[in-house]
Ligand binder design. Structure first.
Ligand SMILES: [Fe+2]
Ligand SMILES: [Fe+2]
Length: 405
């Protein structure tokens, strides 16, 4: 390669490196790695495997030829992630186990003495011809192979399939190590987020523990909130925020005495006043944090009992003066309270729940929130199914006031 070409390649590689390190979403990152590497080597297809114990999980598959044929403008080929055992018999497995780059001229002409061979099943099923392959290990900063990048069918200017040039191997290798570090970071972020959510959830469950609600209430309520937010066109980030912040909506109940929180039957006006203060207490527990998530939680704690017509509490806010997160969580919370059994009442039938929600459109609830919820009712019912309470109660009992708290 000429010095000038090499310089250009390095600049290009640098740009890819920057793009990779700025993508923190694991799925999008893996997709980006394959598309950037394909772009860089000018090849028709590519895939990415992640190593998990003794398996390789096939995570991303892109194929321009197949995408063109099926008319999908995205180059992603639809498939469900699947795993293959980590052995030297597959090209990807061999790459992962040896940490070597394999550059194959023709996949159908691999010498029989090689450990690996090609599974032609994919080609047969899709009427595709895999010819040249460059299989590259994704080696992280500790020297561990965390996955494999496979580039398939390098193309020349006239779109003819050629062999991957030998001199591109080192540059692709360097791209792969940047990719490996980026993947590791994204995996770590995902893991931290999960731990974070888990902690929030457990703390919120502790707050609800004394109450008559169930821990599953928090999961469902948080998922419904995410669903509504998504339906209203929130960004992915904001959806995630509301999912993670909403479990703390009732954390202020920690400050409500048992005699009120656990009182069977109706609360007196005075007791109700105290019960209402779980919103302000929640917000003071969560106040003054630098964390954006805590700030959102604070906002939700204080505003999830406000009503659209101003008849809610604690601040009697109306309409759009109520923070959008509070409006979303209000519906999620009430839907769950109505549709789940509590020890003081059975679950209401769906029809009744929906008619109560409809009645609340514009009075209790923001109409846009109601629309987003009803548009996604099937998904909401799936969430309900997924996070069932352990003991479903049946039969009629004297209901205490429905409390969506
Ligand atoms: Fe509440
Ligand atoms: Fe609640």
């Amino acid at each position: 390669m000429q010095t000038e070409d090499l310089q250009k390649q390095i600049i290009k590689l640098n740009k890819i490196g920057i793009a990779l390190t700025s993508e923190h979403d694991l799925d999008q990152l893996m997709f980006l790695i394959v598309s950037e590497a394909r772009d860089y080597t000018n090849c028709d297809a590519g895939s990415l495997y992640i190593r998990e114990d003794d398996n390789l999980i096939f995570m991303v598959s892109q194929n321009d030829t197949l995408a063109r044929r099926t008319g999908v403008d995205d180059e992603q080929v639809m498939f469900k992630p699947f795993s293959i055992p980590l052995t030297r018999e597959s090209v990807a497995g061999y790459t992962a186990l040896t940490g070597e780059i394999i550059n194959i001229e023709d996949a159908y002409l691999i010498p029989p003495e090689k450990d690996y061979k090609i599974n032609r099943e994919f080609d047969r099923r899709n009427n595709y011809r895999t010819k040249s392959i460059m299989s590259v290990p994704l080696i992280d900063n500790e020297g561990k192979v965390i996955g494999v990048l496979q580039l398939i069918n390098a193309l020349d200017d006239k779109q003819n399939v050629i062999t991957f040039p030998k001199e591109s191997e080192n540059l692709v290798k360097s791209l792969s190590s940047q990719a490996a570090v980026a993947i590791k970071n994204a995996q770590l972020t995902k893991c931290l987020k999960k731990a974070h959510y888990d902690t929030i959830f457990r703390l919120s469950a502790a707050a609800e523990y004394r109450d008559l609600d169930t821990a599953q209430h928090i999961r469902r309520m948080s998922s419904y909130s995410g669903l509504i937010a998504q339906g209203m066109g929130f960004s992915k980030y904001d959806v995630e925020m509301i999912v993670n912040a909403s479990p703390m909506h009732d954390v202020g109940k920690l400050g409500i005495p048992d005699s009120i929180l656990l009182k069977p039957g109706k609360l007196t006006a005075e007791e109700f006043k105290i019960m209402e203060s779980h919103t302000t207490m929640g917000s003071s527990i969560l106040a003054n944090s630098d964390s954006e998530l805590m700030k959102k939680s604070e906002l939700i704690a204080i505003s999830h009992h406000e009503k659209f017509d101003g008849s809610g509490y604690p601040n009697k806010l109306t309409g759009e003066d109520i923070p959008i997160e509070g409006r979303v969580c209000a519906l999620a919370d009430v839907f769950d309270a109505l549709s789940s059994p509590r020890c003081y009442k059975p679950a209401f039938p769906l029809e009744k729940v929906l008619s109560i929600i409809e009645e609340g459109r514009g009075t209790h609830f923001d109409p846009r929130v109601v629309d987003a919820f009803l548009d996604n009712l099937d998904d909401a019912l799936e969430i309900k199914e997924l996070y069932q309470d352990e003991e479903e109660m049946t039969g009629e009992e004297a209901p205490r006031d429905i409390k969506a708290n």
